[in-house]
Each structure stands twice: as C-alpha cells, then as structure tokens.
Design a protein around this ligand. Structure first.
Ligand code: NAP
Length: 257
C-alpha cells in the first residue's frame, strides 16, 4: 500500500470528512481545509481557511506547496447554501466564490504539484440540467435566489471539468441525495424537511464517498470522468462556454490582486 498525499477542501463534515478519514485510515497523508477543525482526529492535518476568500485560497495553496512536493489527490467538497445574497471581501457572490471559484483556484494553484497520476474529484451536481451561467449578471446582483445561485455554481463546476487542462485526471461527481450537509441549511424549516426526507430517501455518507475513495486509490485513465450516481454524463458541446467562463474567472482573480 503506497501512501498518498491527499488534500480535502471542505473536509470537516459530511462527505469530505468521510473521505478524509477513509484515506487517513489507509495511511495517507491527509490535509483538510475548513473554517473550524470540529472533531477531526489527529490522523489528519487541519488547515483553517475561509475558502470564499481569494486571499485565503492563495494562502492555503502556498502553505500546501511549501510542505509537499506533490499532491496525489484533491477533493473539492466545500459548499454552503446562502438564503440571502451575501458578498465576499472580493465583492463576489458568496456561493459563486465558495462553491465554484475556490475549486477553480485550488486546482490551478496546486496544478504544478500534480501529474497524470493525480486526481481532482469535484463533488457537485453533474448531470443536473437545470440552471446555467447568467452571463449578463454572473454575480446575481439583479435577481438572487439560493437555488438559482447553487444551480449556477453547479453548472460552473461542470464547465470546470470541461475546461480542465492540467495533467491531473479530473472527476465530476454527483453523489445523489446523501445524509450529509443537512445541518448546513440556515432555514430551520428547510432543515427539518430535508432531515425528514433524508431518513427515507438519502444515501448513507459511506456509500456516497466510496467511489471518491476509490478514485483516489486508482485515478481514472481518462482526462475527464463524469459520474451522476454512477452514470456518465455527456458534457460535449460545452467547450465554448467553458472557455468563456475561464476568461471571466481569470479576470476576477486578476482584479482581486
Ligand atoms: N448532501 C447531498 O445530498 C449532496 C448532493 C449532491 C451534491 N452535494 C455536494 O457535495 C458537497 C459536500 O456536501 P456535504 O453534504 O458533505 O456537505 P457538508 O457536510 O455541509 O460539507 C460542506 C463542507 O464545506 C465546508 N465549508 C463551508 N463553508 C466553508 C468556507 N467558507 N470555507 C471553507 N470550508 C467551508 C464545511 O466546513 P465548515 O462549515 O467547518 O467550514 C464542510 O466541511 C457539496 O459541494 C454539495 O453541494 C451534496
């Protein structure tokens, strides 16, 4: 068994945490990024950061690069529903910054440490056809809705996979409704409904992360793998949108410097 260097962004709870612990149990060198260590065991290293901030993502990326000469796996899990539109210190919509931009930036900054034997697993909502990029107002200044924001960032993550040009293998994974993240919704009513539904309809966390743990063990041969609950998703025809989003994103990152 070879020990791998694994970075899990958003690994303090839910599926990220389960992935981090499963890999640490196999002897990997695991670093979890999150806002608070919570009850993570000492078998994983914790890096505190608010990933909605560009400067914080840059800081943790530099920290990782100073400690490791390679990264074998990057798991992207961080997300949090925002019922009201909030802006980050960079003047971006919070959901866009956390759920999409931090994933773009972490993959870009850690790319020099990754090879064709490395894997990036982006856990989001591939296969969902609802939502899209609101090109006229990507920061949703004119019309905000929590679901609208989540769907846009989800579709942006699809485009991240399409645009991926690094050496690492890229996986877009939709785990399906899972018994995790249920405490994350700030509205108590929605939280209650979700928890009740989850009792009957949601998958156990261990089942949802099993493919992630396996992709880390054996990165796929293909440059891009898509999986919506085990089924591949056709993202062909999205290349122009992916290039457009990359250009828009690079502009945001440059403006933030
Ligand atoms: N659960 C489902 O049914 C389901 C279905 C499809 C897709 N997904 C996707 O799967 C991913 C993981 O979901 P989950 O259910 O495991 O959710 P979760 O338990 O709520 O995990 C989210 C993680 O993100 C971290 N996070 C939130 N805000 C952060 C910030 N500003 N900076 C750094 N870290 C932050 C949280 O840590 P802290 O709060 O400690 O910072 C936590 O570790 C998400 O992208 C979600 O959209 C989930």
């Amino acid at each position: 068994m070879t020990s791998k260097i694994v970075i899990v962004a958003g690994g303090t709870t839910g599926m990220g945490r389960a992935t981090a612990l499963a890999r640490a149990a196999r002897g990997d060198d695991v670093t979890v990024i999150g806002r608070s260590r919570r009850d993570l065991p000492s078998s994983v290293r914790f890096l505190r950061a608010d990933l909605s901030s560009i400067a914080e993502v840059e800081r943790v990326s530099s920290d990782i690069a100073s400690r490791h000469d390679r990264v074998d796996a990057l798991g992207l899990f961080a997300n949090r529903v925002q019922p009201k539109r909030t802006e980050t210190a960079d003047g971006l919509k919070y959901t866009f910054a956390l759920y999409y931009l931090s994933r773009y930036l972490l993959a870009a900054r850690l790319a020099p440490l990754m090879s064709a034997a490395s894997v990036i697993v982006n856990v989001s909502g591939v296969g969902t056809t609802k939502g899209g990029i609101h090109w006229d107002d990507p920061q949703l200044r004119a019309r905000y809705g929590a679901i609208r924001a989540q769907l846009q960032a989800g579709r942006a993550n699809d485009l991240l996979g399409v645009a991926h040009a690094g050496d690492a293998r890229y996986v877009l994974y939709h785990p399906g409704f899972t018994r995790s993240g249920l405490d994350g919704h700030p509205n108590p009513l929605v939280r209650g409904v979700l928890k009740t539904l989850a009792l009957f309809a949601a998958r156990p966390v261990a089942r949802s992360v099993a493919p992630v743990v396996e992709w880390i063990e054996h990165p796929p041969a293909d440059r891009l793998t898509t999986s919506d609950r085990g089924e591949p998703v056709d993202l062909s025809g999205k290349e122009a949108d992916a290039r457009r989003l990359t250009t828009y994103t690079q502009g945001l990152v440059t403006a933030a410097r």
